[in-house]
Design a protein around this ligand. Structure first.
Ligand code: ADP
Length: 411
């Protein structure tokens, strides 16, 4: 790697999309918020369809967002299109300033506890995990192989969504089912959104003026997917997602916790097969299943108009959230902070207010005026007298992936 190589390309490859950001790591500390070090950001959607779309914003040149529509056949074509956009801005992937490519990889199983430089053995292990992450890992692998073909000489780093959770004690990670069966099929709780939980718990400690080792934090990552984690002294000790991202909180389209017997019932009584149950619980449940909308803005608008179904969906969502705050308070023993993050957590003041309401005995409260402030900076929303800090801490998974990647290739 050349001494001047300070750029990292972050790739998040989904089954039909690629999100990317090019960051200059010499610039990520000097600016705060979303501007930190960003040279270009973009998204390719609907890969494999006639109406694929590429949206590219060259932040480095101050240029306007460029959008192109037209068929993009596969991930290779998508990455080539992205590379062409970057080249047009003088930020091409052939630049000696590019230090590494950091890939978000959803499932790292138990082996990958930290970011890892990708070689053939690492790729094989990610491939071996496809049965536990059938939707995500194949897309991640395709993204990695395509990027390797474009720049075979460049270090490629995998940053795993599961890695932060590998510190969970065995009694938190293991399901109470037959041990032999569980081990034979690698059935256990892995947890996801780990990059976000790691970043937000560290930023929360920073907001409190403490080192991560000194604080216990409950992180509530509330996006379309949602998960909670209990972080003790910088280490994850429990998280709400399990073998797959289906477990835990009520989400945009996922049920979260449910009696597993519901699935047998749906098969035996409703005549559904596995795939139908899978789609029901992952895509047609949660907020969308309860009220027909999964966008919290729309749900709040409907509640303001007196819509009862939207109200009930919101109440179910909040009730589950509260149960996890209670559970993780007990798991941690002492809580220094509760941090809200991701689309809903960062933007939906009524969700934060309702989730914390009634928890005064646990030292938790929300100050209405502080909660109403809109900002992309980390901030406290609890009153000064509260024993537990309640905070809004915007997540930045791309920055975290870039930092972990850059640190590893410079180690
Ligand atoms: P993901 O990365 O899981 O797709 P995000 O973290 O981007 O999701 O969160 C998306 C969700 O955030 C939306 O579905 C919506 O419910 C919520 N959201 C975004 N902006 C707002 C807002 N201003 N007010 C309330 N909710 C919002």
């Amino acid at each position: 790697m050349s001494a001047t190589a300070t750029r990292v390309l972050v790739l998040n490859s989904g089954s039909s999309s690629v999100k990317y950001q090019l960051l200059d790591m010499s610039d990520t500390e000097s600016k705060s918020g979303s501007a930190a070090g960003r040279l270009a950001v973009g998204l390719v959607e609907r890969i494999g369809e006639e109406t694929s779309r590429l949206a590219h914003t060259p932040l480095a040149t101050g240029g306007a967002k460029r959008e192109t529509e037209g068929p993009i056949a596969d991930h290779e074509a998508a990455l080539k299109a992205v590379a062409a956009e970057l080249t047009a801005d003088g930020l091409g992937l052939d630049s000696p300033e590019l230090a590494a490519i950091g890939h978000r990889v959803v499932h790292g199983g138990l082996k990958f506890t930290a970011p890892t430089v990708i070689d053939e053995a690492v790729l094989e292990e990610i491939e071996r995990l496809v049965p536990v992450a059938p939707l995500h890992n194949p897309a991640n692998i395709t993204g990695i192989r395509t990027a390797q073909a474009l720049r075979p000489d460049l270090p490629q780093v995998a940053v795993f969504d599961t890695a932060f959770h590998t510190t969970m004690p065995e009694y938190a990670a293991r399901y109470a089912i037959d041990v032999e069966t569980a081990d034979a099929h690698r059935i256990r709780r892995y947890g996801f959104h780990g990059t976000s939980h790691a970043y937000v718990s560290r930023k929360t400690a920073e907001l409190l003026g403490k080192a991560p080792e000194e604080v216990n934090v409950i992180v509530l990552h509330l996006g379309n997917g949602a998960s909670a984690s209990a972080v003790a002294g910088g280490r994850c000790v429990d998280t709400s997602m399990g073998l797959t991202p289906l477990e835990g909180l009520v989400m945009g389209t996922r049920s979260g916790d449910i009696d597993p017997a519901v699935t047998f019932h749906l098969k035996r009584v409703a005549g559904m097969d596995e795939d139908e149950v899978d789609v029901l619980l992952n895509k047609k449940s949660g907020l969308i299943g309860l009220c027909g909308d999964n966008d919290m803005r729309e749900i709040r608008r409907r509640i303001d108009e007196g819509d009862e179904r939207a109200r009930l969906a919101f109440d179910i969502y909040i009730h589950r959230l509260k149960k996890y705050i209670g559970a993780y308070s007990a798991v941690l023993g002492k809580v220094d902070a509760v941090a809200f993050t991701a689309g809903v957590g960062e933007n939906a003041a009524p969700v934060r207010e309702a989730a914390i309401a009634g928890l005064e005995e646990m030292g938790m409260a929300v100050d209405a005026a502080r909660n109403a402030v809109r900002s992309d900076e980390p901030r406290l929303i609890s009153p000064d007298y509260a024993r537990v800090a309640v905070a809004v801490v915007p997540t930045d998974e791309e920055l975290e992936i870039a930092q972990q990647t850059y640190a590893l290739v410079n180690a």
